[in-house]
Each structure stands twice: as C-alpha cells, then as structure tokens.
Design a protein around this ligand. Structure first.
Ligand SMILES: [Zn+2]
Ligand SMILES: [Zn+2]
Length: 356
C-alpha cells in the first residue's frame, strides 16, 4: 500500500472483512500498475485518503458472496465465478448530473476503488490478495476473457472506449493518436476496429513504437524526432494536406491539446482523454486553432459501466482482442509492487501486471 504521499510502498497484513448483505470477496488473480498509481504515489491527485491500497482495476474469482448478487443480465453471481468490477462505486443515478445532464462520470457521489477509497474503508484496492466488493458494486463476468487478458487492456481500455464513443469515428476516417502509453495504444486498436482507414500515432519513448504498430498504427512518429510545427506537417502530408478527421489526445501534456487542434482538419473532432492530472495552463489562438477551423473539441472524463462491460467483451473476443494479446507486458509478483511502480514511472515498461 501507499502509506502516505511520496513514501515507499509497504506490504501490510490486514484482516479479511466480515461481509454484509450484498457484498462479496474477490480473490485477485491480476491487477495492474497504471499512470494514475504513479501520480497517487507522488501525491499529485486531490481528495485521496492515505494510507491507500492502490489498484483501481482488478479481476479474479469470487471467494465469498453474501446475499443475492446479480450480473447485468440478471443471472445470480456465485462463489467461484470469474469476474471483474466497475472501479467506480456509488454513482447515485438520482443527482442532476446523473439524471439531467446524463453525465454519470461527473456524479459528485462517486467513489473509486484504489483512488478515493483509502485503507480505512477496507480492502478496497487491487494490489492485494483480496478486494472487499461493497454492496452496489457492479460485477462483470469475465466470460471468454481471462483475468490476465482483461488486465492487458486494464484501466486504459474503458478510458479509450469512452474516448472512441465521443470521437464518433466514421468508416474510412484518418485518426491521429497523440501518445502511445496504454491509453494511446488502446485508442489505436479501437480506432482501427471502428473503421479508420488510416491510423497515425505520435509519441514515445522509442521502445513503445513496436507496440503501437502491433496495435494497428499505420505509421508512428517518435515525438522527439521532430519539433512541434514539423509534427503537424508530418500529419498533413499523410492526410491529403487537410489534417486528421479525428485526433485523440492521450498524453497528459497540456501542450498536446494545442497540437491536437493544429493536427485536426477543419470541421474535424478532437477528444481530450489524457488530462487526468493538473499540469497547468497552455496558450492557444482561439481564432486560428479553434473557431476558424470549425472544430469540435471534447473532454472525456472517467468511465461508466458500459465501458467496462465492452472492455470485457473486447478482450474476450478472438478477433477484437487480438491487438491487446500482442502487447508486450511485464508481470510482477505483488511483493514486487515497488519495482513494478518504478518500471512504469520511468517508462521502462508500458504496462505492468501484478499477480498475488
Ligand atoms: Zn488506471
Ligand atoms: Zn449522481
């Protein structure tokens, strides 16, 4: 667990919970280390209760079930079932954001396992042998997927699915993905699956280029190879001089949002998926970069049940899930979580799976 911001990762023995009605205990088979965990470890997210058991996405087997739990199809969930769960808990479905704006990922009631649930709330993070699944947690059967295969997409896949939903890629579109970390890589494969005819990517470090190509990118430009304006030219040269129909920003760098607008064609669409922590402000020209271009620029916050449900479908499907199975990922024992965190933080691996 993370005892406090910027403190070394600790291994602690905690008691197993007494289950209340409607609760379950998940024996974790696999969880992951993601960019959010790196930010959490450094204390860069607001409203996080330390000490904290990280790992907002995990999958495994139901070790104990108390009461009547059902999947979305209405079938009962039983001990021994292989499942994952929506990391967002307590979305209220009765507030203004849920009911009027129909933007449940902005519901103020929501709590997230491994991020806004701390160790004081119980075993509520995936870097653990067991996760205490509280009443009302949405469980999803893994079906044809395995815990490991689902975690190869991990939290990046529902995030990318939400981004692609916002992007409304049309068959034959050219799509540019900025960033080739886990979210960008998932965006590449999903853009291809959504019917893009030309998928370009810009990102780094160079050791991730092979992954971007295996996920379905036609061409990948290493970020450090060209300066800002030359990168936009690189895109225009590959999109009939117009720019990309859709640009998906998945970098986390504020400047990349401006780059995304400049690489999009007139009347194109930009979806911002990468800005999950506050890295400050950036300047752009509202006339030249936005209004005169007649651009749609969309934010995209969090994921809901539908994105997790589809993520399980994608990773369990022989054809759709093939790109994620081609990804090179590194597996670490739970006891080596500190090493896994360091490997993700310094970019040595693009995805680290944790196995209890
Ligand atoms: Zn994550
Ligand atoms: Zn709500």
């Amino acid at each position: 667990m993370f005892p406090a911001p910027d403190h070394p990762v600790e291994l602690r023995e905690l008691p197993l919970p007494e289950l209340a009605d409607g609760e379950a205990l998940l024996a974790v088979e696999c969880s992951e280390v993601c960019g959010t965990d790196v930010h959490l470890h450094r204390g860069r997210l607001a409203g996080v209760p330390y000490p904290l058991i990280p790992g907002h996405v995990a999958a495994g087997t139901l070790a104990k079930v108390r009461g009547d739990l059902r999947c979305v199809a209405g079938a009962p969930l039983q001990e021994g079932d292989r499942v994952t769960f929506l990391d967002v808990h307590r979305t209220c479905h009765r507030c203004w954001y849920c009911l009027v704006a129909k933007a449940s990922t902005r519901c103020p009631e929501r709590k997230v396992y491994g991020i806004t649930y701390g160790a004081a709330d119980g075993l509520c993070g995936g870097w653990s042998d067991y996760v205490h699944l509280l009443a009302g947690t949405r469980l999803i059967r893994l079906g044809n997927s395995t815990a490991r295969d689902f975690l190869r997409g991990g939290c990046s896949l529902p995030t990318a699915l939400h981004g692609l939903q916002r992007a409304q890629v049309q068959i034959g579109d050219s799509v540019l993905v900025l960033g080739i970390g886990p979210v960008g890589l998932s965006c590449i494969a999903l853009a291809r699956a959504a019917g893009a005819a030309n998928v370009l990517a810009i990102g780094g470090p160079p050791n991730r280029v092979a992954n971007a190509l295996s996920m379905g990118a036609d061409e990948v430009l290493v970020l450090s190879a060209l300066p800002d304006d030359a990168r936009a030219r690189w895109v225009y040269e590959r999109t009939h001089g117009r720019g990309a129909d859709v640009v998906l920003e998945a970098t986390g760098a504020p400047q990349a949002v401006v780059q995304a607008m400049r690489c999009a064609r007139d009347a194109g669409r930009v979806v911002v998926i990468g800005q999950y922590t506050d890295h400050g402000e950036v300047a752009f020209n509202p006339h030249a970069d936005l209004n005169k271009k007649h651009l749609d620029v969309l934010g995209c916050w969090g994921s809901d049940y539908s994105h997790f449900h589809r993520a399980v479908q994608v990773t369990g499907d022989a054809r759709l899930g093939a790109p994620w199975r081609s990804l090179s990922v590194q597996e670490f024992a739970l006891a080596d979580a500190a090493a896994a965190l360091a490997a993700v933080a310094n970019g040595a691996v693009s995805k680290a799976l944790l196995l209890p």
